[in-house]
Design a protein around this ligand. Structure first.
Ligand SMILES: [Zn+2]
Length: 434
């Protein structure tokens, strides 16, 4: 396991690291952390020669011992890998993705019209039965692709419903096991068909939480979709409290419906002392708030350390990350569904997602482009309770090497990921898994 996420990182040795020097969110060691079996085995020391951290002008050598960056002298038996002057950047974290739903790697899948969540969820079931490859294969294909694009960790939502039983959770867990050397994965049991409106789901959620096969219990629009605000939230939070798992709830409801649900989440987090263990995804009710209204809600979120995720879907629905961070709110960036029944789009490439975040936020400044990258890297690390891979001594050696001029240009131009390193080991080269 990695050291406690609350361990302060030693910073500042490497030139250029300040470009992404984060807000220094204080992390609680009490929250669930990603599985990190990949770091269990010490590997041979490695020196990555002539790389430019964060696009610094002067190249340096990055030395890795026991999977972590060190500023000490490289051991004599260290392996040497030439970075060729490439830019070294923190590996990325996908804070919200659905690998079980994807048709990635298969033939083109045409989609039918759909009217709302129930329709789309029904089409998920058709995909589940219609795809030749089982969930474990499809999820593995997408998750492996994410690794080749520089993703070090992800929070994977897996559908749980009477239509599937625990098959989707088991499929994603199988893919996680195959990629344990390259990717840290947290799994959310996601009641896509509703908790109350799909009888039998509650028992499946309980089974998933009780058996330890998931790290989080999910929820979905307790008012707009499930139409059972208290019943859903009481059940989800009750399971989290009883079995020691986290909560990660999809909240698409906008306006008063969304805010009422969010208040229900905040109240239960406080009452059950689940501070630091709760995430709310999408949260479309927040972006339209006035500064004063947002400050009030964000104050509660910050106080209870409730994290948020956004997939930067549009200018009007993307979360105001900078303003939320002012209140100490952890915010991660994610892919959401990738080439599934919901959308033909998506590619599980978090550098591309950082680019999209900049696009929908209409950013211009270098500092704003760097902040988009930080949302896709440190933002997700904070949400998943992983130590930031900030290239400082002591940090996990999870980084990618790209050809380029500087970080803002990389966010705009999306260069190929020439090398992806996880725990000091090269896990992908030139877009191929190693
Ligand atoms: Zn989702």
């Amino acid at each position: 396991m990695p050291p406690s996420p609350s361990e302060p990182s030693r910073r500042g040795v490497l030139a250029g690291a300040a470009a992404l020097a984060g807000s220094g969110t204080v992390l609680s060691a009490a929250a669930p952390s990603a599985r990190a079996e990949s770091r269990a085995r010490p590997s041979r020391p490695v020196v990555f020669r002539t790389v430019r951290p964060f696009g610094a002008k002067r190249p340096v050598d990055l030395t890795v011992v026991d999977g972590r960056i060190t500023d000490e002298q490289a051991p004599e038996d260290a392996e040497v890998i030439d970075g060729g002057g490439r830019i070294a950047l923190p590996a990325l974290v996908d804070a919200h993705i659905h690998p079980d739903k994807t048709a990635w790697g298969g033939t083109w899948m045409s989609r039918k019209p759909a009217d709302g969540i129930a329709d789309l969820a029904a089409q998920d079931v058709e995909v589940f039965h219609g795809q030749r490859r089982p969930v474990a294969e499809r999820a593995y294909g997408l998750m492996a692709h994410a690794v080749t694009r520089g993703t070090r960790a992800m929070r994977a939502h897996a559908d749980i419903a009477p239509a599937y039983g625990l098959t989707c959770v088991e499929g994603v867990a199988h893919a996680r096991e195959r990629l344990r050397h390259a990717l840290d994965v947290q799994i959310v049991a996601f009641p896509q068909h509703g908790v109350v409106r799909a009888p039998g789901t509650a028992a499946l959620l309980k089974e998933a939480a009780r058996s330890g096969s998931v790290d989080f219990i999910g929820g979905i629009d307790p008012i707009g979709f499930d139409q059972a605000l208290d019943e859903q939230l009481d059940l989800v939070f009750g399971l989290a409290d009883r079995y020691g798992v986290g909560v990660d709830i999809h909240l698409h409801d906008r306006g008063e419906k969304g805010l009422t649900a969010l208040r229900g989440i905040i109240d239960r987090t406080r009452t059950l002392s689940l501070r630091g263990r709760v995430t709310v995804s999408h949260v479309f009710c927040l972006p339209g708030l006035s500064d004063a209204e947002l400050a009030r809600v964000a104050g509660d979120l910050g106080e209870l350390d409730i994290a948020l995720t956004t997939v930067a879907p549009s200018e009007s629905l993307v979360l105001p990350i900078a303003r939320l961070k002012e209140h100490g709110v952890r915010v991660g960036l994610g892919s959401d569904g990738v080439r599934d029944a919901w959308s033909p789009f998506g590619n599980a490439d978090m550098l591309h997602r950082a680019h999209l975040l900049g696009w929908v936020d209409d950013v211009r400044l270098d500092s704003e482009l760097a902040a988009c990258y930080e949302a896709g890297s440190h933002g997700g690390s904070d949400v998943l309770r992983l130590p930031r891979a900030d290239l400082s001594p002591g940090s996990p050696a999870d980084f990618l090497l790209v050809s380029g001029e500087c970080l803002p240009q990389v966010v705009v131009d999306l260069p190929a990921r020439d090398l992806v390193v996880h725990g000091g080991r090269v896990v992908a080269r030139d877009g191929e898994l190693r």
